[in-house]
Design a protein around this ligand. Sequence first.
Ligand code: PRT
Length: 100
Amino acid sequence: MDADTPPPEVLDELFDTIEDRKETLPEGSYTASLFTHEKGENAVLEKLGEETTETILAAKDDDREELLAESADLVYHLLVVLAMEEASLDDLRTELRDRF
Ligand SMILES: N=c1c2ncn([C@@H]3O[C@H](COP(=O)(O)OP(=O)(O)OP(=O)(O)O)[C@@H](O)[C@H]3O)c2ncn1[C@@H]1O[C@H](COP(=O)(O)O)[C@@H](O)[C@H]1O
């Protein structure tokens, strides 16, 4: 890992921030708006679908920069869904490890 590579904890920090936004619902937070949306969980589930499609299209286009940007959007929205459904990043890690 070189000096510019972010540590793996970046995902934990993002998930902790999402959990904080869920609890405190600060004004102007996009994350908070997903937890209070009038469409309920459908709002974030729709975003998850959109970001999945955009990730697929970027991969098909061999557009590496776009692929990384859309993948980041996809992972972020997936973490919001996990937080919304009372699941955690540790639960996800456990699920993945149990498949080793
Ligand atoms: N990682 C993200 C992140 N990734 C994507 N997004 C948002 O997800 C949306 C993606 O939607 P689109 O690509 O369709 O772009 P858009 O056209 O702006 O979207 P809409 O108009 O449809 O909402 C954008 O509004 C992005 O800002 C994110 N919003 C917040 N975070 C992180 O979440 C944390 C909390 O941020 P706040 O919610 O701003 O407090 C911080 O660490 C942020 O960096």
